[in-house]
Write a protein that binds this ligand. Structure first.
Ligand code: BMA
Length: 308
């Protein structure tokens, strides 16, 4: 089972006459709402700082983008950029998980990235354009690739996050307070298996997909060779810390020139997998430079994960 690339790829390119998206557009969030595909994408322009742009589409392939970014740095905690948005709709409200890179370290302990802090942030919106920052999930650690489940589980919001090198599950009553005692380690890279595609690093992709068999989680990882690939995992519906299946095989790997070469080499990186009419739309950044689409039937992905 492999994802199939759309025939018109890439579907969104950098914009040479736009100062904030001149060089790279990549790693978008995409949700399907009211008959339209809504994209929030990461863009880098003349100052190399990541901002979040917005585009809308009827068919998921052809896009209209807004002229100015809808989220950009606002203080010292995100002055180096806002990266890798993942948007989840919960009970009619939209939440964006994104990584904030700052110049000023705001947590306890030691900063984890040279030059400043990194915060796994959550923002809230009712209209997809204006966003209110709620705050970070944790402070003072190398933590990103966080994404919210699309509904509460046993009365609480649930979120996947990555404390490198492992993926964790966290619960919260209000999306603002995330207590350490409500966090559980779930899985990590297959470090014992030198042949595994995800032997070195793993992280989550888009919003987990609810099915009758469990939560389908598309994830990413890489080996010693640093080639990003995607896989799929099945989690228990009531207790997503329980992994039901984790197939050995990947479902997607870089092949096209714009995936193998780009601002970063051998990168496919996805933050979105909305399901529309039984089709999983996997949007991804190619080479940290362009945005592309690959799809599969949801039933084929379920068959694959159940066999794995
Ligand atoms: C990850 C993230 C992504 C990026 C990827 C490949 O760590 O920072 O934004 O696409 O690396 O460069």
């Amino acid at each position: 089972m492999k994802l199939q690339r759309a025939s018109v790829n890439p579907i969104l390119l950098p914009h040479p006459t736009s100062d904030w998206e001149t060089y790279n557009v990549f790693n978008p969030a995409v949700i399907y709402h009211n008959g339209l595909f809504h994209m929030h994408y990461r863009a880098q322009g003349l100052d190399w700082t990541s901002r979040i742009g917005y585009a809308v589409s009827v068919d998921g392939i052809h896009w209209n983008r807004m002229r100015r970014p809808i989220l950009q740095p606002h203080d010292a905690t995100d002055s180096r950029g806002l990266e890798d948005p993942r948007v989840t709709e919960i009970e009619g409200v939209f939440y964006m998980c994104y990584t904030a890179y700052g110049r000023v370290f705001t947590g306890a302990g030691e900063p984890t990235h040279a030059g400043g802090g990194i915060l796994p942030m959550i923002a809230r919106s009712e209209n997809l354009i204006t966003w209110e920052r709620l705050g970070p999930v944790v402070r003072g650690e190398d933590n990103k690739d966080h994404v919210l489940f699309p509904r509460k589980i046993n009365g609480r919001y649930a979120l996947l996050h990555r404390r490198w090198p492992n993926v964790w599950l966290a619960y919260s009553h209000d999306l603002v307070t995330w207590r350490q005692e409500d966090m559980v380690m779930m899985y990590g890279p297959r470090g014992d298996d030198a042949a595994a595609w995800d032997q070195k690093s793993v992280g989550s992709n888009g919003v987990p997909i609810e099915t009758e068999h469990g939560w389908l989680l598309i994830n990413h990882g890489y080996n010693e060779d640093h080639v990003y690939k995607f896989g799929v995992i099945l989690l228990d519906l009531d207790d997503p810390t329980q992994i039901i299946r984790r197939p050995q095989q990947d479902i997607f790997a870089p092949e096209e020139l714009w995936e193998i070469r780009g601002d970063a080499s051998n990168v496919v990186f996805s933050c979105a997998n909305p399901v529309v009419d039984g089709v999983v739309y996997v949007y991804y950044g190619g080479g940290d430079h362009v945005i592309a689409l690959a799809t599969c039937k949801l039933c084929d992905l379920i068959d694959f994960v159940l066999d794995g």
